[in-house]
Design a protein. Sequence first.
Length: 233
Amino acid sequence: MIRVLLADDQALVRAGFRALLDRTPDVAVVGEAADGEAAVTLARDLHPDVVLMDLRMPRLDGLEATRRIAADPALAAVQVLVLTTFGDDEHLFAALRAGAAGFLLKDVDPAQLREGIRTVAGGEALLSPADTKRLIAAFALGPPAPAPPPAAPDGRPRTDRADRLAGLTPRERELVTLVAQGHSNAEIARALTISGATVKTHVNRAMAKLGARDRAQLVVIAYQTGLVRAGDG
């Protein structure tokens, strides 16, 4: 069962999402928040698998609420799926910088919403291949990735971009490249003739080595380090 927290300042919107998700057998709504402060508090109290996060809310907006959730080590397993009426690049960039694992517009159809929740709950970034190549490549040219590079074996921080990739095995580099090109675990497994569990293991190890909280940050790092460039894939 995927446990979901709804965060939106409009009660009617929350009621609509709840009604939809209550009819989804593998999803349970465990709480509702009308502002960002409440969203952070409830995330810490309830530890949901996914937070459906509105961007514009009173007291604390969705971006700052997402940043606080993403920065809390106790909430490392909580994935934030941003739902908004704004579909421009600036809002997507801001959501990714804040630590969101996915991004959907509020006019998404019910089937896509359900699948989006399942995708981020399973540890995958919710970005289409087209969005990945267009938006993440552009984002990589802007501010630095939200996650700092891990320390070198001698304990000193790594600052050289190539050094961030030095600890990856050839297979991990290959899989990070495919993830950054927008491929799902299932697609990668089929292409490389390996199991989905093996793909997930390699991707998780690469995330740990690169200091990425989730697949969205892993994609950003792949572009920033030059492992993948716009137009690849």
